[in-house]
Design a protein. Structure first.
Length: 438
């Protein structure tokens, strides 16, 4: 439990601008004190030396506020007021130190030491806890993943218990979720949009990344629900619009074929063009066929998707569907369903390098795989909030690993093709209405 004066000091520090840390020009290090640490390795030696340097920095701050000890200083800002127990952050642990105290010259308040404020910050603890747990280290084994800082430090260290690490991880992932869901999107020029779901226990999280005109992939948002239904996806995309995403520009939406996803995209984006995932379509078809036909059917479908034009590809797929309809009508119906949307990339004449990126939902599935990898050690999902926190942290971590997509130099051509395709469809629809009226 914090004492009142400690709470008041922290509140005062939060309101004050950060002071510059005074670094002494020379520091005398006691070799006798670090001799034992040297036997435990270079890192322990460095830690022992660093702690002595930190103590010298404390004293330098005190001198800057109070002047030299035992000398009169009429302009001093404060006076020495003894010392008290404190703690500083060392790697992923807290270690106890003795810190000097300084009171204002008029005795009104206690002055803070910039060096102590710097070293006692706990921000790094939350970051390290999240990094290690996302890397697969459990909170129970957190202490074993810390750097060996010397036996003396290890014995005095705190903040490494399972409960302490868990609390810091929860706080860090809550921050990650807030950061992801409140990040402004006004400046994002989105060319391609993807959405898919990832399951954590009985909870489904719908995730949405996007590809900007510069080819960079961006984790955009996550929404929790029992299934990937239209209401959940609509809420997710509406949230993007509320955060400043321009939904009036034409965008290529790469989806897995679920009707809920398609209807939600069309409900929010003003000019969407749907590209059905070709990989999902192939799997859906061959799952309805016996083993002897799966390989040849998959080969013919892939050959059609790599045809020189959408018209030729559609002819090859229809020929395959007619052959399958005689003996396997279910597979034929699956092949015919949504065929036009699986050929959007060909219809837009997208260059092959960019087409390999956008013909399937692989970009969003790679992000989902990173989220799954980070949470693979979680055995019990308590609630949807926990699923959201883990998913958001995984998405931000995936964002750090993203690179520009293959064929990114052709994205301006894709934007031009989208504009042209939508303009042709709009003009064609207007002509049809005029002829009907006549």
């Amino acid at each position: 439990m914090s004492k009142t004066y400690q709470e008041n000091r922290r509140a005062g520090q939060a309101a004050m601008p950060p002071a510059e840390v005074a670094v002494p020009e020379q520091v005398i290090v006691s070799m006798a004190e670090i001799a034992e640490s040297a036997k435990e390795g270079l890192l322990a030696l460095a830690v022992s030396t660093g702690l002595q340097v930190m103590t010298a920095m404390f004293e330098e701050d005190v001198t800057a506020l109070c002047g030299p000890q035992s000398k009169h200083n009429g302009d001093r800002a404060g006076y020495r007021h003894g010392s008290e127990a404190g703690s500083v952050t060392l790697g992923g642990r807290r270690i106890p130190v003795t810190r000097p105290r300084v009171r204002a010259a008029d005795g009104s308040a206690e002055l803070h030491l910039p060096s102590y404020d710097l070293f006692s910050s706990t921000e790094v603890l939350g970051r390290l806890a999240m990094e290690r747990m996302l890397a697969g280290l459990s909170s129970r084994r957190y202490g074993r993943g810390l750097e060996p800082a010397g036996q003396q430090v290890e014995q005095a260290a705190s903040a490494t218990s399972e409960s302490a690490v868990s609390r810091r991880f929860v706080a860090a992932t809550e921050t990650a979720l807030t950061e992801l869901m409140t990040r402004r999107l006004d400046g994002l020029d989105l060319v391609a949009f993807m959405v898919d779901g990832v399951h954590y226990g009985e909870h489904a999280c719908v995730v949405a990344p996007g590809i900007g005109i510069d080819g960079v992939k961006h984790p955009l948002a996550v929404e929790e629900g029992s299934t990937e239904n239209a209401a959940v996806v609509t809420d997710l995309i509406t949230g993007l619009r509320d955060r400043g995403l321009d939904v009036t520009k034409p965008v290529l939406a790469v989806l897995d074929g679920a009707k809920a996803l398609s209807s939600a995209v069309k409900a929010v984006f003003e000019k969407p063009l749907i590209q059905r995932c070709q990989q999902h379509k192939i799997r859906n078809v061959i799952d309805k066929l016996p083993d002897r036909l799966k390989q040849v059917t998959e080969r013919r479908m892939r050959q059609a998707y790599h045809a020189g034009s959408a018209l030729k590809a559609e002819g090859e797929l229809e020929q395959l569907a007619r052959e399958l309809a005689r003996t396997h009508p279910g597979a034929a119906a699956s092949l015919r369903e949504g065929t036009t949307e699986t050929l959007t990339i060909l219809r837009l004449d997208v260059p092959p390098t960019l087409a390999r990126t956008l013909h399937s939902t692989n970009p969003v599935e790679s992000m989902i795989e990173i989220c799954r990898e980070h949470s693979k050690n979680v055995k019990r999902w308590r609630d949807g909030t926990m699923a959201l926190r883990w998913c958001a942290a995984g998405m931000l971590e995936a964002g750090h690993q993203f690179r520009r997509v293959n064929g990114h130099m052709h994205l301006p051509k894709l934007r031009t093709a989208l504009n042209r395709h939508l303009a042709e469809n709009v003009s064609g629809a207007c002509d049809d209405r005029e002829q009907t009226a006549a």
